[in-house]
Design a protein around this ligand. Structure first.
Ligand code: ZN
Length: 92
């Protein structure tokens, strides 16, 4: 599903796409398609900057890493999501 929110770094209005089709929950990860910064959803649905410790954990997450690589490869967010999905292991 799509959720309209604002990047807490560059203030760009983001149409957030959750690939799981669920509403984002507090602590959910968002990557800005404009500035490629990683944000976390707060309790009120807005985006907040991760703490230094959270940011280190996020950057060490292979899923986040492959999403950042996909965004670096194409300016088209939907193409980036498609690329990111191709890097995901198959699930049964
Ligand atoms: Zn941004």
């Amino acid at each position: 599903m799509w959720v309209r929110t604002t990047c807490c770094y560059c203030r760009k209005t983001l149409n957030f796409l959750n690939p799981d089709g669920e509403e984002p929950t507090a602590g959910g990860i968002s990557i800005c398609t404009e500035c490629h910064e990683i944000s976390l959803f707060a309790e009120d649905g807005s985006l907040r900057r991760p703490t230094g410790e959270e940011r280190e954990e996020l950057l060490a997450n292979p899923d986040v890493h492959s999403a950042l690589v996909a965004l670096a490869l194409t300016p088209d967010p939907l193409a980036a999501i498609a690329l990111w999905r191709m890097s995901q292991p198959f699930e049964n």
